[in-house]
Design a protein around this ligand. Structure first.
Ligand code: ASP
Length: 315
C-alpha cells in the first residue's frame, strides 16, 4: 500500500468563492506532483524521497508560498523554513530562515541524513545547503511580482502578517491567514511513513520570526503510525504541538479522521485556523481544514484527486 498526499496551504474566511484566475496553474502543479511522485512511489522510491521530491516540485512553483514565490517579511526580504521527518527511526531535519536556497526542503533532508544536529538556522543553514549541492539563488530571484505586490498592499494597509491572496478585493480579508505553504506525507512499499513541509511564512512577518513549519512536532511529524504536515497560523500550531498531537490522539484510540479534526479544534482557540494532511500506517488519508480553502490532493492506487474548496475532483 503506497500513497501520497500533498497540500499547498490553507486560508480565507467565509464561503468558498470559486477558483481565482491563478488556481488552474496551482491545480496543474499539484496534479503533476501527484502523478510524478505517485508513480515513483509505485516504482519503489522510499517515503522520505517521495515527500522531499513532492515538496521540491511545489517549491519550484512560483504560485505557492515556498521557494520561489515565498511571501515577503515585514522588511521586504524572503526567509524560508522547511522540515522533513521519517517515521521508522524518528530521523528529522530542519532549516530555519534560509535566504538563498532554491529548495530549502533539500537542505532539510541533508540535515536529516547527516543525523546531527536536527535544526540549522540562518546563514549557517544556507551555507550547509549550498555545500551539499542545493542550488544557491539570490533574494531577487526568489521574489515574484505577485508577492512583491501583496507585500506593498500589506505595508500600505498596515495589515496583520499573513495577507497573501492574489484577489485584490479579498487580499486584506485574509488578514491573519497564511496561504501557499506546501507539504507532503507518504507511505512507501515497506510501510515507512514520512512528512515534509516548506514555507516562506507569513506576509509581513517580523524579522527573525519562526513559524511552525520547521518545528518537528508542530508543523511536521512522522512516526510508525502516522505522518502529518500542517498549514495555518504557525504560532497556534507551535503552542499546541499540533502535528504530534495527531499521533498522540491515535495512540489514545481515536480514528485518523477524529484525531485530525480534534487537533484542528484544539488549535483554533489560539487563532490557528488552518489545515492538515495526514496518512497512517494502513494508507488511510485525511486532509481536513477549517479555512475557506486548502490546496490539496492525494494519489492512491493510481487514482489522483485534487481540490481547493469543499470538494475534491479527478482531472
Ligand atoms: N504555517 C506557516 C507559518 O506559520 C504558514 C502557512 O501555513 O501558510 O509560517
Amino acid at each position: 500500500m503506497v500513497a501520497l498526499a500533498i497540500h499547498g496551504g490553507a486560508g480565507g474566511d467565509g464561503p468558498w468563492k470559486g477558483p481565482t484566475d491563478l488556481d488552474p496553474q496551482r491545480i496543474a502543479c499539484m496534479y503533476n506532483v501527484l502523478s510524478t511522485v505517485g508513480s515513483m512511489l509505485d516504482s519503489g522510491i522510499d517515503a522520505l524521497e517521495a515527500v522531499t521530491k513532492a515538496v521540491e516540485m511545489m517549491e519550484n512553483e512560483p504560485l505557492f508560498n515556498a521557494g520561489i514565490g515565498s511571501v515577503l517579511a515585514a522588511n521586504g526580504s524572503v526567509t524560508m523554513d522547511a522540515s522533513v521527518m521519517r517515521g521508522k527511526d524518528s530521523a528529522a531535519g530542519s532549516v530555519v530562515n534560509v535566504t538563498n536556497l532554491r529548495n530549502p526542503i533539500k537542505a532539510a533532508k541533508y540535515v536529516l541524513e547527516k543525523g546531527w544536529p536536527v535544526m540549522l538556522n540562518g546563514k549557517s543553514a544556507d551555507e550547509f545547503g549550498i555545500k551539499n549541492g542545493v542550488e544557491e539563488v539570490t533574494q531577487e530571484w526568489l521574489k515574484t511580482e505577485l508577492r512583491t505586490a501583496q507585500w506593498k498592499k500589506w505595508r500600505k494597509a498596515k495589515s496583520m502578517p499573513g495577507a497573501t491572496d492574489e484577489d485584490d478585493e479579498a487580499i486584506l480579508d485574509h488578514d491573519s491567514e497564511g496561504m501557499g505553504t506546501v507539504g507532503a506525507v507518504a507511505i512507501d512499499a515497506k510501510g515507512v511513513l514520512a512528512a515534509a513541509t516548506s514555507t516562506g511564512g507569513m506576509t509581513g512577518k517580523p524579522d527573525g520570526r519562526i513559524g511552525d513549519t520547521p518545528i518537528i512536532g508542530a508543523g511536521t511529524w512522522a512516526d510508525d503510525i502516522v505522518a502529518v504536515s500542517c498549514t495555518g497560523i504557525g504560532e497556534a500550531f507551535i503552542r499546541t504541538c499540533a502535528a504530534h498531537e495527531v499521533s498522540t490522539r491515535i495512540r489514545l484510540g481515536q480514528t485518523l479522521e477524529s484525531a485530525c479534526k480534534n487537533m484542528l479544534d484544539m488549535v483554533a482557540p489560539f487563532g490557528g485556523r488552518g489545515g492538515v494532511i495526514a496518512i497512517d500506517s494502513e494508507g488511510n488519508i485525511e486532509i481536513p481544514f477549517q479555512t475557506m480553502l486548502m490546496y490539496r490532493g492525494y494519489w492512491k492506487d493510481g487514482e489522483i484527486l485534487t481540490g481547493i474548496g469543499p470538494d475534491l475532483s479527478s482531472q
